[in-house]
Design a binder for this molecule. Sequence first.
Ligand code: MRU
Length: 381
Amino acid sequence: MSSLQAIKYSRGKLEVLDQLRLPHSFHYDVVSNRSEAFDSIASMRVRGAPAIAIVASLGLAVELHHQGLAADSSSEAITQIDQALDYLKGSRPTAVDLSNAITQLKSRIRESSEGTKEDIISAFIDEAEKIFAQDLTTNVAIGDSGADWLRRNAGATAETPVSVLTHCNTGSLATSGHGTALGIIRSLHSRGLLKHAYCTETRPYNQGSRLTAFELVFEKIPSTLITDSMAAALFRLQKDKANVAAVVVGADRVVRNGDTANKIGTYQLAVLAKAHGIKFIVAAPTTSIDLVTPDGSGIAIEERKKEELTQVTGAIVKEDGTIEQGSKARVATADQRVDVWNPAFDVTPAEFIDTIVTEKGAVEKSADNTFDFSQIMAERW
Ligand code: MRU
C-alpha cells in the first residue's frame, strides 16, 4: 500500500494535502468546517471524484463534531445538515461521487430522526467515516478486477507483461488511497504483469505530470511521461517498441448507458485506442455511477477559468537543474487577452469503452454498445 495520503483523518481532525503545490512541496491544510472543505475542493487543492466526496463529507463531520448544531429539534437538525450538504454540492458539478455521498448521508441521518440532535450528528459522522473507509476497500477490489480483466482479455501474464497508458490522476491522491485506474496499474505491477506505464501530462492542469508521474516514481513503477499530443504516435509504436495494450482511465460520472465523463482528453484517447486496436478500460467505483442520467448528453461539464490555460504555476529551477525549495512562480504561457475555452471534462461514448471495472467486478458491454449496471447497483443501494 502506498504511503502517499491526500486525506488524513481522525475523529475531529481533517488534514488535506494541497495538491496545487505538488510535486514541489508537501503541505497539509487543516480543514475544519464546511466552507474550508468547499474552498479546498473548488480551488482544486483536493481533486479527483472520490477525494472530493470524502473531503466534503469529512469536512462537515469535523465541523459537527466540534460545533454541533444550533437546532431546537431533530427535524431542524436534519434540515440544517441538508442545507450544509446542498451548499457543498455546489463546489464542483461534474463528479457524481459527491452527489451520491450526499444522498447516502441524507438517508443515514433520517434513520436517526426519532433520536436527539446528538444522535443525528453521531449518525452523520459515522456515515462520513464509513464513506472514507469504504473507498480504500473499493479501490483495492477495482485494482484486482482490472488486473484480472487484462489477464483474460489482453494477454497479461508474467511471461508477457503489458504496457498501459493512463490519463489524469486517479491514484492515492485522488482517493482515500491505492486509486482506481492507477490502482489497476499498481495491481498489475505487484503481480508482475506490468511492463511499463505511460502517463499523459493532462493539460491544462497537469494532473498527469504533477501528480501521476510523481506517484509512479514514488511507487517505483517503471513509467514514462508523455504530452497529451503524443498518444497517437505512442500507439503507432505498439508493434515493435511501446506495445501499449490498454488505456486505463478513471471516471467522474458514468451514466446509465455507460457514457463516461472524465478528465478532458479522455475521449480523444478512446478514439485513438479504437483506431489502434488497443483496449480502453474505465475504472469506476459504484459511487461514480449515475443511473438517473440516461446518456452522456445530460452530463453538466464544468468550465474553469481561462488562467488555467494561459498561465502555469511551478517552482523555480536553479542553474544546476535542481528545484529551489519552497519557491513558487506563476508564468504566462499565452497572450493574457486571448479568448479561452476550458472544459474540465469530456464524455466518452460507451461504444468506445471495452469494460467498466467496478469494485463488484468488470462490467462487459452489451451487444447494443451500452452497459447495464442494474445488477451491481441493485446490490449497492
Ligand atoms: O479535475 P480533476 O483533477 O478533479 O479530475 C479528475 C479526473 O478526471 C479523474 O480521472 C476522476 O476524478 C477519477 S479519480 C479516481
